[in-house]
Design a protein around this ligand. Structure first.
Ligand code: PHE
Length: 445
């Protein structure tokens, strides 16, 4: 039997897993979520949930992957016959996310090229509206973005995913530090900084508000740490027994959080400096920021660095999703790596094209009252991700049992596993109960 590929080092794995975590979620979603959910209150709740909910699931996924050495579906099935559907749910979720992630990846690529070739964007709102609602152009950019990601994954684990992550992640960190540092010199910068550092209790003046903030924070933790989608099972399956899972489960969220906070530092002061509002939602980086860049000293250069940074972040996340699907087809269906990347690639390109058109000619096509794009986003964020997380907790907490997970984490006694009682409690009780409450409440308006 052919030996399963492995990461060339733990550092390589860490860069790839952190690369999966750090993505559009940190740079595009986190700042506007903070903007819409009461600033620092959201951040405090987010950090709490990241520790209590995120890290235990992260450890479970990595342990299931390394223990079985298989793709998400077969890994769950090996842990307990008949439970492959948990991985199946994640794999389906990876497909859904890819279909809309590619659209935004394409927009980012377009904006990067635009700033490289011309000095500014006339009226950013109009520009964004015209571009995103046109039929062909966004699809072409999406194709380019997806093709780039597929090519990287075709090159394999250590030769493709790991290599790219080891270059992109340090560069991305450098870029975001440059932009965040630049933000300090803007007029009114302190307003923006205050917005997400000083708690603003007026944003949560009812229990309902607080609940909605918690709900949004939980969704963001799942999305940002790439949980419930089989990514960490898949990446964990290429991990050597010499790696310390608990240490990795500490560094990945920490790094993810630092980048998310740096994104806020980079974006929010700039928004305030020009008297704009951070509650702009998804359009924040495509409509609000180009306005800011247009009025900033060296704005064009900052814009180029900014969109390059987002592009790198989006690529390292998209490739982790592609690998979830590819690894199943390679292990289970014995497809070649090339075929396992290209054929699903064509499928999510087609679904993505329909979603892209939902900003224009297909905007009156509704699925359960949502546009195609919003439907895909809601399906993955509100249903598949929490369900995937819940089943992972049940699988590890009650079927595989935390003791077996700790045995895997210790690599045969090599590493000490800390906080075992607390982690068991979180996986068996706190996380599932929280996910269920929040899951149900998301359907009650
Ligand atoms: N974590 C990624 C981000 O923040 C998105 C993602 C979700 C990637 C799930 C893989 C799996 O953008």
């Amino acid at each position: 039997m052919k030996k399963r590929e492995q990461w060339s080092s733990n550092f390589g794995f860490l860069m790839a897993a952190a690369g999966s975590a750090v993505g559009l979620g940190n740079m595009w979603k986190f700042p506007y979520m903070v903007g819409m959910n009461g600033g620092s209150i959201f951040i405090i709740i987010y950090i709490l949930l990241m520790v209590l909910l995120g890290t235990p699931i992260l450890m479970s996924e990595m342990s299931i992957g390394r223990n079985t050495g298989l793709n998400a579906i077969d890994a769950c099935d090996k842990i307990k016959k008949g439970w492959g559907f948990v991985g199946g749910l994640g794999t389906a979720g990876a497909f859904v996310i890819l279909s809309y992630y590619g659209i935004i990846g394409g927009w980012v690529l377009k904006y990067l090229v635009k700033y490289i070739t011309s000095s500014s964007i006339g009226n950013p709102e109009e520009y964004f509206r015209d571009f995103s609602s046109s039929s062909l152009e966004p699809i072409v950019w999406m194709f380019l973005f997806m093709a780039l990601c597929v090519i990287i994954v075709i090159r394999g684990i250590s030769g493709g995913i790991e290599k790219i992550s080891k270059i992109f992640l340090p560069l991305l960190t450098l870029f975001i530090i440059i932009i965040a540092a630049n933000a300090f010199f803007l007029p009114n910068a302190s307003e923006g900084l205050k917005f997400f550092t000083v708690p603003n209790f007026s944003a949560v003046n009812s229990v309902k508000d607080l609940f909605s903030v918690i709900l949004n924070a939980m969704g963001q933790v799942f999305f940002s740490l790439s949980l419930g989608m089989g990514t960490l099972i898949t990446y964990g399956s290429y991990l050597s027994k010499d790696s310390n899972i608990q240490k990795n489960a500490f560094y990945i969220p920490l790094f993810d959080l630092i980048i998310a906070l740096l994104s806020c530092t980079a974006i929010l002061p700039a928004v305030f400096a020009f008297g704009l509002k951070p509650q702009a939602g998804p359009g924040l980086i495509f409509q609000t920021l180009p306005y800011v860049f247009g009025h900033m000293k060296y704005g064009r250069m900052i814009a180029i660095i900014f969109f390059m940074l987002i592009l790198f972040a989006a690529i390292t996340s998209a490739i982790s999703l592609i690998e979830v699907i590819a690894s199943f087809l390679i292990d289970n269906r014995k497809w070649s790596r090339k075929k396992a990347c290209i054929i699903p690639g064509i499928c999510y390109f087609l679904v993505g094209s329909a979603a892209s058109l939902s900003f224009g000619i297909l905007n009156n096509v509704k699925i359960f009252g949502n546009s195609i794009f919003d439907f895909l986003v809601n399906l993955s964020d509100k249903i598949i991700m929490p369900a995937g997380g819940l089943f992972i907790c049940i699988l590890t907490g009650y079927i595989w049992k935390p003791q077996n997970m700790f045995a895997e984490m210790s690599s045969g006694g090599k590493f000490k596993v800390y906080f075992q009682k607390t982690i068991s409690f979180l996986i068996r009780y706190l996380s599932p109960v929280m996910i269920i409450i929040i899951f149900i409440s998301s359907f009650i308006k």
